[in-house]
Design a binder for this molecule. Structure first.
Ligand SMILES: NC(=O)c1ccc[n+]([C@@H]2O[C@H](COP(=O)([O-])OP(=O)(O)OC[C@H]3O[C@@H](n4cnc5c(N)ncnc54)[C@H](OP(=O)(O)O)[C@@H]3O)[C@@H](O)[C@H]2O)c1
Length: 333
C-alpha cells in the first residue's frame, strides 16, 4: 500500500515537472522560430564570401529574399558567386586589412541602401595561418593575422555603424570557440579573443540604439581555414625557418609527431556540414529574437566550451596530454 502511494506521488511529481517544462520548451521554440518581416527591404553585408561559411551564407540569405551585399577577396570569388545567385545579390571587392578598401565599400553600400539603412553586417572574413607553438612565430605573424581577424572586424563595423543605426539593425561577428579556450599557440586565438571582447563592448554600447549584436563561435568545420594540407605545410614552413637551437629544444621527432597528431585530430574533428554554422548566422540575421552567442558544432558544445569553464590546472593537463611530446636533442639539455 505504502509502495503504491509512493509510486502515485512520484508519478504526480513527474507530471508536474512535465507540465512546467513542456510549455517552456514550446515558448522557446516559438520565440526562436519567429523571423523579421519584409526581407526584400533589408540589406545584409557579408565579408569573406569567396568560400566557406561566407559563401554559403550569401547564397542562403539570397534564396531567403534578403538583398545580399557579398564582399569577396578575389575576382574569381565574385564571378563564381554571381553565377550562383539572383540579381538581388551585389558583389564588391574588399580587403578588410586595407582601410581605403573598407571605406570605399562603405560608401558604395551607403548609396545602395539609401534611406533604408543597412540591416546587418556579418564579419566573417578570417585566416588561420600561420599557427604553431608560440616561440615559432614572429611579431609580424601576429600583426598580419590580427589585421584580418580583429582590426578588419573593427574597421568594417565602424565603417557601416551609422547605416546600421538607421535601420536599427544587427552586427554578427564570427569569432570561434577558440575565442573562449586556447589549445594552441599563435595569433589565431589571440585575434578571436579580441573579437569576443569587441563583440561584447559593442553589444553593450549599441543596445540603447536598438542594435543587436551576436557572436558566432563555431568548433571545427571543413573549410579552407582547416585544410589539413595547408596546416601541414604551415608547420613545415615554420620549422624550416627556426634557428637550430630552437629545433634542438623541441627535438628531431617533434615536427613529424605534430603533423601526425594534427592530421589525425583534424580528420576526426572537422564537421563537413557547414549549414550548422550558416543556420546560426541566418538566425542571428533574421530572427526577431537573435541570441547573443551561438555555439555551432558538437565539439564546440560538448568539448571546447566545457573545457573553457574548467579550472586552469585541469584544462591545462587535458590539453597538454593531447599535445605532441617534446624530446629535446640530448646535446641541447
Ligand atoms: N572552419 C572552421 O572550423 C572555423 C571555426 C571557427 C571559426 N571560423 C571562422 O569562420 C570565418 C570564415 O572562415 P571559413 O572557415 O569559412 O574559411 P574560408 O573559406 O577560408 O573563408 C574565409 C574567407 O575570408 C576571406 N579573406 C581572407 N583574407 C581576407 C582579407 N584580407 N579581406 C577580405 N577577405 C579575406 C577568404 O578569401 P580567400 O578564400 O580568397 O582567401 C575567404 O573567403 C573565419 O573568420 C574563421 O576564423 C572557422
Amino acid at each position: 500500500m505504502q509502495h503504491l502511494m509512493y509510486s502515485l506521488s512520484a508519478q504526480k511529481m513527474y507530471l508536474y515537472i512535465l507540465g512546467l517544462v513542456a510549455p517552456w520548451f514550446a515558448y522557446r521554440w516559438y520565440k526562436n522560430s519567429r523571423r523579421v518581416p519584409n526581407k526584400e527591404d533589408k540589406y545584409v553585408y557579408i565579408t569573406g564570401c569567396d568560400s566557406g561559411f561566407g559563401n554559403l551564407l550569401a547564397r542562403h540569405l539570397d534564396k531567403l529574399g534578403f538583398n545580399v551585399i557579398a564582399c569577396c577577396y578575389t575576382e574569381k570569388g565574385e564571378d563564381e558567386l554571381k553565377e550562383n545567385a539572383s540579381d538581388r545579390l551585389t558583389t564588391f571587392h574588399l580587403d578588410v586589412t586595407d582601410s581605403t578598401s573598407v571605406s570605399e565599400t562603405a560608401a558604395l553600400i551607403k548609396t545602395l541602401v539609401g534611406q533604408k539603412g543597412l540591416w546587418a553586417v556579418v564579419n566573417n572574413a578570417g585566416v588561420a595561418l600561420p599557427s604553431g607553438p608560440t616561440d615559432w612565430l614572429t611579431i609580424d605573424d601576429y600583426k598580419d593575422m590580427i589585421a584580418v581577424n580583429l582590426c578588419g572586424v573593427i574597421d568594417v563595423t565602424l565603417s557601416v555603424l551609422p547605416l546600421i543605426k538607421k535601420a536599427r539593425g544587427r552586427v554578427v561577428n564570427v569569432a570561434s570557440v577558440f575565442g573562449r579556450v586556447t589549445p594552441f599557440g599563435g595569433p589565431y586565438c589571440v585575434s578571436k579573443y579580441g573579437v569576443e571582447s569587441f563583440n561584447d563592448s559593442l553589444r553593450l554600447n549599441m543596445a540603447p540604439f536598438g542594435i543587436k549584436v551576436a557572436c558566432i563561435e563555431p568548433g571545427f568545420f571543413k573549410t579552407n581555414v582547416t585544410d589539413v594540407v595547408g596546416m601541414q605545410n604551415n608547420l613545415r614552413k615554420l620549422w624550416d625557418r627556426l634557428p637550430q637551437d630552437v629545433k634542438d629544444d623541441y627535438g628531431p621527432s617533434f615536427l613529424n609527431d605534430s603533423i601526425e597528431m594534427l592530421t589525425q585530430r583534424f580528420r576526426m574533428l572537422t564537421d563537413s556540414n557547414l549549414m550548422k554554422v550558416v543556420s546560426c548566422m541566418e538566425h542571428a540575421v533574421s530572427a526577431v529574437h537573435p541570441r547573443t552567442r551561438y555555439s555551432a558544432g558538437w565539439d564546440a558544445k560538448f568539448f571546447w566550451l566545457p573545457v573553457s569553464y574548467m579550472p586552469t590546472c585541469i584544462s591545462d593537463r587535458l590539453l597538454r596530454k593531447h599535445s605532441p611530446t617534446i624530446k629535446p636533442k640530448v646535446s641541447a639539455r
